[in-house]
Every structure is written in structure tokens, then in C-alpha cells.
Design a protein around this ligand. Sequence first.
Ligand SMILES: Cc1cc2nc3c(=O)[nH]c(=O)nc-3n(C[C@H](O)[C@H](O)[C@H](O)COP(=O)(O)OP(=O)(O)OC[C@H]3O[C@@H](n4cnc5c(N)ncnc54)[C@H](O)[C@@H]3O)c2cc1C
Ligand SMILES: NC(=O)c1ccc[n+]([C@@H]2O[C@H](COP(=O)([O-])OP(=O)(O)OC[C@H]3O[C@@H](n4cnc5c(N)ncnc54)[C@H](O)[C@@H]3O)[C@@H](O)[C@H]2O)c1
Length: 470
Amino acid sequence: MNAAPEPDYDLIVIGAGPVGENVADYAARKGVRVAIVEAELVGGECSYWACMPSKALLRSAHALRAAQRLAGSREAVTGALDPAAVLARRTEFTSNWNDDGQVGWLDSVGVALIRGRGRLVGPRQVAVGDRIHTAKAVAIATGSVPVLPPIPGLAEARAWGTREATSADHVPTSLAVIGGGVAGTELAFAFASLGSRVTLLSRDTLLAREEPFVGELIAAAATAEGIDVRTGVGFERIDRDADGTVRILLADGTAVTAAEVLVSTGRRPSTDDLGLEAVGIPAGRALEVDETMLVRGTDWLYGVGDVNGRALLTHQGKYQARAAGEAIAARLAGTPVDGGAWGLHAATADHVAVPRVVFTDPEVAAVGLTEAQARERGHDIRTVEYDIGWVAGAKLHADGYSGRAKLVVDEERKVIVGATFVGQDVAELLHSATIAIVGEVPLERLWHAVPSYPTISEIWLRLLETYGRP
Ligand SMILES: Cc1cc2nc3c(=O)[nH]c(=O)nc-3n(C[C@H](O)[C@H](O)[C@H](O)COP(=O)(O)OP(=O)(O)OC[C@H]3O[C@@H](n4cnc5c(N)ncnc54)[C@H](O)[C@@H]3O)c2cc1C
Ligand SMILES: NC(=O)c1ccc[n+]([C@@H]2O[C@H](COP(=O)([O-])OP(=O)(O)OC[C@H]3O[C@@H](n4cnc5c(N)ncnc54)[C@H](O)[C@@H]3O)[C@@H](O)[C@H]2O)c1
């Protein structure tokens, strides 16, 4: 009898974005023989067209505004932002859209790279071009793709998506942004600071999934930044005139014109054209996975990162990847898998503590449940809010500092289940709240976590005082 041929690899990862890279790395560290398949650039959307370039486009204006908000340093910064220098710094962060550095890293961690588009052609079989590669396990980390709204004329209007915006080689004189979610709001701030006349058109309130005060404060700040914010907008059609001007006709009969239009109306898991049908899994929707990212109904296929739709964020996908990479290694080695709540191989935080930062100015930093989400889940909750501008550290941080914080407390367990901060430089505060939620630190114990004076972290003390001593 012939023995079954040894597979080419132990694990094939399809998609070398931040998530695929981490699945590969964490599995390889445990001795798994890994290959990774990438159709475009190793590093994925995040490195070249999303997180890194968008944050680079925002950062210089933040620094400038921070200096302008303080008597003394304000007098020292008399010039304006240099858009060409900002674009050049952005390009540096993308390594000029070249992935040599990341390819070198893959090599250094012993992961083989297969260039091309990967497709399942059977269980444990991945075709790339004409060649079929075999493995004991396959992890899909193909990310997400933009969802385009059904607006007549959009397909012909040569609209920008987030890729075109984050890789722009010039600053348009005017920009209309459709979509007031995270991407649209951040990019509206970025291009306004670079000198575009920006109109932000949102069907819903801005950042509608967060606490209601978030959208209100960000809309006010955007307006102060010169952005024309319009919410509750309906779209009739979009046309690009012969002279290149984009004309957006709104449901209220008014029209907005701009040199470019950016469409940022959400993303969906990238599961088309992956050959999922060949292994009996429905395509066109998020991969349904268990807590170790194993695709339900299989014992060899994993879905990690944006593609499983659990949380479309790099850090959360990488967290899943650490769990999945090691779970794959454990299963292949026949050692125990700890996939129970908060187990080494489980992505439990996806359900209770996803940190979210919106890099607008002021920043939005939130983790866990909003009040509305906590009520929907049936928690008995109490909320407390406080104006961050009243905290001594904040007053020192910027003249006229304004911001708001809110905690959602589970009254039954007396632990925090959600926290939201809006204010200049609050992003770095967020991890304290993430730890409080993941650690299920009782409020009683939090009184002993003393924030330094005078830092913005004293907001914690003010929130506890507002809640009341136990
Ligand atoms: C404008 C913008 C800004 C963002 N900013 C942030 C931020 O600041 N912080 C944050 O946490 N998140 C941010 N995100 C979200 C973040 O980009 C994603 O959550 C993250 O990139 C998901 O990582 P991933 O590895 O799952 O997918 P991706 O980064 O999309 O990588 C998937 C990879 O798979 C490849 N691929 C797809 N199909 C195949 C195939 N069949 N064969 C081979 N390769 C394939 C793709 O080419 C790609 O390289 C932002 C998103 C956008 C759009
Ligand atoms: N700082 C960050 O972490 C960061 C930054 C940018 C993007 N992201 C991630 O990327 C993903 C995509 O970002 P996004 O802003 O495109 O998505 P999003 O889901 O945050 O926002 C989508 C927006 O589009 C609007 N919209 C949806 N369908 C519409 C329609 N048919 N007509 C008009 N408006 C419509 C929604 O009302 C919403 O305002 C997000 O899930 C986010 O997690 C993260």
C-alpha cells in the first residue's frame, strides 16, 4: 500500500496582511512549516493603504494644532502645514509601496512566500496560478473589501476609495466625502488640514456606533476645522462633469460639487473567488469561526482578521492571529488546545473589549460596550460622565482643553464594561480602560489605582468620584 504523500507544508496562510503575517509567525515559532500566499504586497491593506498612511496624513496637523493651543509655543509656530512634506512622510511610512522590508522579515522568521492569488481547490489544497500546494491546515486572512453604496452614476464618476485617498499624490482643492464612519471622518480631517475644502456627507450621525456625544463633539470639531459637515443626507446621483468636477445631487434637492469624491461607506469580508464552495462553505459573507478561529464545520480551515467580520481592526485581527497561530500548532502537534473563555487559544476579548481609536482631533478612544449596546445585552448598568477639560492635567496639556469621558458600569458585578473618551491625545489613555475591562477589576479596587497628578489620567478619579465611594 502506498502511504499518502507528505503535504508540501504544515500550514498555508492565504493573505499576508498584518493578520496573515501573525498567524504565520506564531505558528512558525512553534515549529510549524508555513507558507504564505500574497496577491499584492506583503503587509496588506493596513501597511500601504489604510492604518499607516492615514495616520501619517493626520499626525503632522495634530502636532501643529497642539503647539498652537498653548500660549508660548503658539508664538513659535507661525508657519502653515507643509502638505508636500506631509505627503512625503506618508510615502515613507508605506516604503513607497514596496514590500522588500516585509518580505525580508518573512524570510527571517522562516515563512515561505508564494506570490499570487490563492484559491481553495479542495480540502487542504490551495491553487496559486497553475500550481496546487498542499498543507495539513489552511488559514484564510484575506481581509476585507470596500462596500459601494447604490448611488446612480457612482460607477462612472471615478470616485476615490480609501486606497486612492491614502495614496494621493496631491491635495485636491476640494473633496466631498461620502460616509461619516471611521475612515470618512478621519480622512475628512486629514484633507482639510492639508488645505482641501472638505464636505463630509453622512447618512447617519458621525461615528454612529459610538456613544451619541462622540458624533456631536466630532461634528463640532470638524466644523471648527472648516469642514462642511452634513448629516442625515440622502444621495440621488453622482456625475463627473466634462471639466472633471464631481457633482453630487442630494435627496433634499441641493448639490455639492468638488474636485474629488471619496467613498468610505464600510467594508465587507473578502471571501469572493476563494474557492470556498469547493470545500462546502458559503462565499460572499464572513467566515463563521469558533473562538480559536477554526471555520465551523471543518477541522483544518481557519478564518482570521477582517475576513471573519468579528472586528475590522488591525490590533484585534493580530490578537486573533496569535491565538489561531498557536492553536494550529497545538492541533498539529496533538497537544491540548485551550479554547475556553480567556484561554490561551481563544479570542475572547472580541466579545467584550475591542479598543477603538479614531485619530481625529479631538481623538475618540473607546473600548467595550456603549450604553446602548450594554442595555441591548440586558446588563443592569449605570453610567457616569465627566468633562475632561475640568481635570488639572488636561488644563495643563492644552489651553481651553475640552473633552468628555463616560464609563458604563455593570451594576450586578460592579465592573466596567465600557469606556469612551473624547479629547486631545486621549488615545494613550485607552489601554487603562481595556485592562480594567479585561481584568474585570472591581470598582472598589479601582479606587486603589491612583492616577499621577497632574495627568489627564486623573479623569479616572473624577469618574469614580462621580460614581460614588462604595
Ligand atoms: C482607511 C483605513 C484606515 C484604517 N485605519 C486603521 C487603524 O488606524 N487602526 C486599525 O486597527 N485598523 C485600521 N483599519 C482597518 C485595518 O486596515 C484592517 O482591519 C486590517 O488591515 C485587517 O488586516 P487583515 O490582515 O485581516 O487584512 P488586510 O490588511 O486587508 O490584508 C489582506 C491581504 O490578503 C491579500 N489577499 C486577499 N485575497 C487574496 C488571495 N485570494 N490570495 C492571496 N492574497 C490575498 C491582500 O492582497 C492583502 O494583502 C483601517 C482601514 C481603512 C480602510
Ligand atoms: N482608526 C481606525 O481604527 C480605523 C480607521 C479607518 C477605518 N477603520 C476600519 O475600517 C472599516 C471601514 O471603515 P469605514 O469608515 O468605511 O466603515 P464604517 O462602518 O465605520 O462607516 C461606514 C459609514 O458609511 C455609511 N454608509 C453605509 N452604507 C451607506 C449607504 N448605502 N449610503 C450612504 N452611507 C452609507 C454609514 O452610515 C457609516 O457612516 C471600519 O470597520 C473600521 O473598523 C478603522
